[in-house]
Structure formats: structure tokens, C-alpha cells
Design a protein around this ligand. Sequence first.
Ligand SMILES: NC(=O)c1ccc[n+]([C@@H]2O[C@H](COP(=O)([O-])OP(=O)(O)OC[C@H]3O[C@@H](n4cnc5c(N)ncnc54)[C@H](OP(=O)(O)O)[C@@H]3O)[C@@H](O)[C@H]2O)c1
Length: 281
Amino acid sequence: MTADAEPHDSKGHPGPGAQAAPAPPRLSGVPADRRRAIVVGASSGIGAALVRQLAAEGYRVAALARRRAELDELAASCADAAARAGGAVIVREHDVTDTDAIPALFEDLVRELGGLDLFVFAAGIMPKRGPEEYDTESDLAMIAVNLAGCIAWCNPTANFLRTQRSGTLVGISSVAGDRGRKANPVYGTTKAGMNHYLEALRNRLGESGVHVCTIKPGFIDTAMTKDLDSKPFMISAERAAAAILRAARGRANTRYVARIWFWVMTVIRCIPSFLFRKLNI
Ligand SMILES: NC(=O)c1ccc[n+]([C@@H]2O[C@H](COP(=O)([O-])OP(=O)(O)OC[C@H]3O[C@@H](n4cnc5c(N)ncnc54)[C@H](OP(=O)(O)O)[C@@H]3O)[C@@H](O)[C@H]2O)c1
């Protein structure tokens, strides 16, 4: 049942018998011919929540990741809402470390979507690290997905959007890129690298009308955080996705999600190094 089907009073407010219904997806106000998106890293968590939200807003969305079954399930769960709003979800099994495949895949997707207005790189991994663990193979694998994968997708995207002189490119980075935390040095390094790269891309593309938005999530309730002991200010993937789309549409350069992390990280960035190294944050 939609919110509109609940009992309402004469002013259109929910009547006393009304259940608190989940709010319907807010329509974005984006014109129908500008609703074409690619989400890389879409089989779970933040990427999947973005696909659900975009599909319900009538976007034609391409959802990419390695796990085909999860992608198919996501597309099936979005199909009705997408069809009602005039959108669709197409899925592609893809590993972002297969960088040679990306240019042709990008072209195929843009052709199938009929253009591109929004690109989101949400793929990422965060293997656990013990305090005395130094594992080069695993570190390089993390760099290959989180940073090299991001660059390999953003390059053809940036070039395409630059040529059409419009569109938005979003990278899901992390608060972990703001300081050199002892817990997982290379995860933070990949995110710091993303921050630097996306800022440079934003500056490069600024003249062409293309916007680049860096998202720095704090804790989001996804598979990535399920084994963490402490998760302050955690929000759902759905809330994160809504905040990410608001930031992208508002042409934010950098947006902390949830917003409280702007203040938290402002403080953390000010902690002097000699003190920071004593903290377990
Ligand atoms: N959750 C948080 O608290 C949090 C906080 C800060 C930043 N982030 C960032 O947010 C992004 C999304 O993470 P999440 O929390 O939504 O976690 P998640 O549920 O584990 O999602 C990660 C996504 O990345 C995809 N992925 C991983 N390796 C891939 C590869 N080689 N090729 C293609 N896709 C790949 C996964 O799909 P497959 O496994 O099917 O390939 C999955 O769709 C990540 O970049 C993460 O670093 C998350």
C-alpha cells in the first residue's frame, strides 16, 4: 500500500487511523530524458540502495558487480517500481580489476541506456587487518579494486561526460581517507587516493559543466561493517543513498554521510600527530 492509500483528514494529513507508512520515494525533479545512470558495485549495500532509489525515480540504471545472483535479485525487486516510474534496471556481471574490459563495457552500457547522466563508483573492499599484520598481496588487491578500479571507470566516464558537457560523476570514498589511521593503513590510503583523484577530476572537468562529487561515508549498515565492534552514528544504506543523491544533485564537492561526520572529522583532522598515534580510532 502506498502512503496515498492511507486514511487522510480533510487537509490531506494522515487521519488518526493511519499507520506510519514508509514515505514514497521523492521524485527527483530530474527530466525524464536525463535519468540514465551507471552504478558500479551495485550488488549490495550502498550501491544496491542507490539502484533501488534511482529505479523508483524512473531512471534507467545499469547495475554492475561480480555477484550475478545478487544483481538479478536486485533487478527483480526493483522491476515493478521502476516500470511504474518509467525506468528499468539492467545488470552486468563485472569485476573492476578487469580494467581492459572497461572501455568497451562502458560504451555498450551508454548505448543501451541511451546516454549517461549519472555515474557512481561504489565498489570497494575492506579486508580485516590485525594490529601486527602486513599483507602485501591483500593490500595490492585492495588498491586494485578501491583505487585502480575507480580510476579505470572514471576515465572513460569523464571523457564521455566532458564531450557531452553535462553529467555528474560520484565516487564513494570514506572518512577513513582523512587521516592515517593505524587500524587499516591501506584501506585508508585507497580512500585518500580517491579523494585526491576525484578533486583533481572535479577541477579538470569544472569548465565543461560536468560535476564530480566525493562522498565520505561514516558507518553505514552494510555487509562491510557487520563485523565491526563499534559503529557510532551508523545509518542505513537507504538513508545513505538518499543523502548521496541529494549531494550529487546539489553539486556538493565533498559530502560527509551522515552529516555529523563533517564535525567529527573536523575535530579529528585537528588532533596533532603525536596524540593521534596514541588513539585507537
Ligand atoms: N559501509 C560503510 O560503513 C562504509 C563507510 C565508508 C565507505 N564505504 C564505502 O562504500 C562503498 C560501498 O560499500 P558498502 O558498505 O555498500 O559494502 P558492500 O555491501 O560490501 O558493497 C561493496 C560492493 O562492491 C562490490 N565489489 C567489491 N569488489 C568488486 C570487484 N572486484 N568488482 C566489482 N565490484 C566489486 C561488491 O559486489 P561484488 O562482491 O558482487 O563484486 C558490492 O556490490 C565501498 O567503497 C566502501 O569502501 C562504506
